[in-house]
Design a protein around this ligand. Structure first.
Ligand code: IMP
Length: 193
């Protein structure tokens, strides 16, 4: 079956494609001729995921799923959360975002954090959501050069390496996006979509 994954982020496409069963053929936004910036204005991770999936269905007519992810840091009341991509400014720079977060956490003993991914699936006229959470902590310095975003400063619970120091396979197994994607896949299989 064909299903649109509302992204053009090659890192995410690579991650998700490695998890999706072979009978599901994913189409990217580019594949359906969508080159606009899809609105993400609801102020919550869940709301933005739903907004993106609904936008594609309404404007382009395709069943699709969209994801939205944020890093939620306990000592900062859930920051950067829905603002994770542009935490340090509109340049959306991962190094700047990490530097800002490390600076804000400098004197805080509690470094607990979680990644949260919400996937919204718009299919057969219904909207479903799937949430994946990965708990962990923010390190004091950056380590590793794999992955993207905040990976060099996030250690999952029970790990002594950051997400930027472990393989993509391992990150998929324990990571927020992998968990949400697994729920999405179970749903598609259960309802024979
Ligand atoms: P998005 O909703 O997937 O585009 O994620 C928003 C922002 O969260 C990204 O720009 C990254 O800064 C951060 N982010 C999302 N997923 C990850 C991840 O797996 N590792 C590190 N940072 C991530």
């Amino acid at each position: 079956m064909k299903l649109v994954f509302a992204t053009n982020n090659s890192n995410k496409l690579k991650e998700v494609q490695s998890l999706v069963p072979k009978h599901i053929q994913l189409l990217s936004l580019k594949d359906i001729g969508c080159e606009e910036d899809i609105p993400e204005t609801t102020g919550t991770i869940e709301g933005n995921a739903k907004q993106k999936a609904n936008h594609i269905k309404t404007k382009y007519g395709y069943d699709c799923f969209a994801d939205d992810t944020g890093l939620e840091v306990s000592a900062l009341n859930g920051e950067p959360g829905v603002d994770s991509a542009h935490y340090a400014g509109p340049q959306r720079n991962a190094e700047d975002n990490m530097d800002k977060l490390l600076e804000k956490l400098k004197d805080k003993p509690n470094r607990a954090a979680q990644f949260k991914t919400v996937i919204a699936l718009q299919i057969n006229g219904e909207l479903h959501t799937f949430t994946g959470i990965c708990e962990g902590e923010i390190t004091k310095e950056k380590h590793g050069d794999k992955g993207f975003g905040y990976d060099p400063i996030f250690k999952a619970e029970g790990y002594n390496k950051t997400f930027a120091e472990i393989s993509l396979e391992e990150k998929n197994k324990i990571g927020h996006r992998g968990k949400a994607i697994k729920q999405l896949i179970s749903f598609l299989i259960k309802y024979n979509i």
